[in-house]
Design a protein around this ligand. Structure first.
Ligand SMILES: [Zn+2]
Length: 432
């Protein structure tokens, strides 16, 4: 296999170095490295070198939702966003609740070749919330599932949640909970507060999220198992997770880029692009999740990339689908909200968008250190240029980006998947 040398990039945003990649691994790191004669040279002065990004929460929509996204288009969007691995949520049609379906998703990801696709298994059969899916069969399958979630729905029954937590302990798995009390959010359209009252839209109260998180951290403590909180969105949720961690509960939490940037004020135009679940919250909540991410209470950033066809979003707010795309804008939004404001370093970015997501999923192939001998899953990111988001120009099949027309920082110079370029200067590179 041919070699490639990245000249002058700054690993983790620290001192510049050259990085030689050969045979799919990092072969050398140092100043003024000698490159083999046939090596491709990437000039990367001023760019940041990061481990390939890892998204623990992606909706690829295939099987069943190909009008919105396919594994091919979704993973190409992921590569353009700098990702080398994504975790595919189970709410497809059919639901990923058997070894057969998760193995099919894994195989489709391998065929596409843009990044590693790791299937998430459903917790309950058909996401029905009635009986446990065959978690052990999915764990033992070729997909080696370790993350289980009914995302889109909450595992509401506490007995079932307790059993699921007990079950995954046997193979060191984790339950990723979409925390939403269904009884407290029936018919909910947006965050319950001043704006929802003024607009006359049914509210989704913060307590519907917080009460489930509080219950689940206590269950996880009682059982001695691992809990992951999906897309935490309120100040109260941050406080509960902080309290649980101080108590020693084995809990991790994620925040989405959109909850780091946008508030419920966006609903005022009744543009359903901004309709999402959990909903956009208040300025105080945005500040609390930023603080929680900065101090480590929130462990990771995950996109909750949720593509929808136009006819599901271009309609009245109350009948439009929940969700927004996010794979191609995740790092730009994180850079804008947390790095350019001095609240996270690039080393922190590597932690929250690569190392810790892989660690939560017990994947030892991704989220690795930038060190000799490690697999060359890498991102070269130029933080200096900005560009305006045009959803129609993105690789995702859907256009429901909440950042349309917004100027965001950063440019993907190179993404490597085990040494092979998947993106070069913002263009996807098909496998030879
Ligand atoms: Zn969710």
């Amino acid at each position: 296999m041919s070699a490639l040398i990245i000249r002058g990039a700054r690993p983790y945003g620290e001192d510049a170095a050259d990085v030689l990649v050969a045979d799919g691994v990092i072969a050398a790191i140092g100043a003024d490295l000698e490159a083999p004669e046939d090596a491709e040279v990437i000039e990367a002065d001023g760019c940041i070198l990061l481990p390939g990004l890892v998204d623990l929460h992606t909706h690829l929509r295939e099987p069943g939702g190909e009008e919105a996204e396919t594994i091919e288009t979704g993973t190409r969007a992921a590569a353009l966003g700098g990702f080398t691995a994504v975790y595919a949520m189970a709410n497809t049609d059919p639901v990923a609740d058997t070894a057969g379906v998760v193995e099919q998703v894994l195989a489709r990801g391998e065929e596409a070749g843009w990044c590693d696709v790791r299937p998430i298994g459903a917790v309950t059969v058909g996401l029905g919330g009635q009986s446990l899916a065959p978690l052990d069969a999915m764990a033992a399958s070729r997909a080696r599932v370790r993350v289980f979630s009914d995302d889109g729905k909450c595992v509401h029954d506490p007995v079932l949640m307790r059993r699921a937590l007990e079950y995954v302990k046997t193979f060191d798995g984790v339950i990723a909970q979409h925390a939403q009390d269904p009884n407290l959010t029936e018919g909910s359209q947006m965050h319950e507060g001043v704006v929802s009252a003024q607009l006359g839209l049914a509210g989704w109260p913060a307590v519907a999220e917080e009460s489930i998180i509080a219950r689940d951290v206590l269950l996880a403590e009682h059982v001695g198992s691992r809990l992951h909180v999906c897309h935490l969105s309120t100040a109260g949720s941050v406080e509960i997770v902080r309290w649980a961690k101080q108590r020693g509960v084995d809990v991790t939490a994620e925040v989405t880029p959109h909850h780091l940037l946008l508030t419920d004020e966006r609903a005022r135009g009744y543009d359903a692009t901004f309709k999402v679940n959990p909903p956009l919250r208040t300025e105080a909540d945005v500040e609390a999740v930023r603080a929680g991410l900065a101090d480590g209470t929130i462990d990771i950033v995950a996109t909750d990339h949720a593509p929808h066809p136009r006819d599901a979003k271009d309609r009245e707010w109350d009948v439009a689908a929940f969700g927004m795309t996010g794979l191609e804008t995740a790092l730009p939004v994180l850079q804008a909200t947390m790095v350019n404001t001095g609240r996270l370093s690039w080393r922190d970015v590597a932690r929250v968008l690569s190392e810790t997501p892989s660690a939560i999923a017990r994947d030892e192939q991704q989220g690795r250190p930038l060190a000799v001998g490690e697999p060359a899953n890498l991102l070269v990111w130029d933080p200096r240029p900005t560009s305006v988001v045009v959803p129609e120009q993105q690789a995702t099949r859907s256009t429901n980006s909440p950042y349309r027309g917004q100027e965001l920082p950063g440019r993907n110079v190179l993404t490597l998947l085990r040494g092979r370029p998947t993106v070069r200067d913002r263009e996807p590179v098909a496998r030879a």
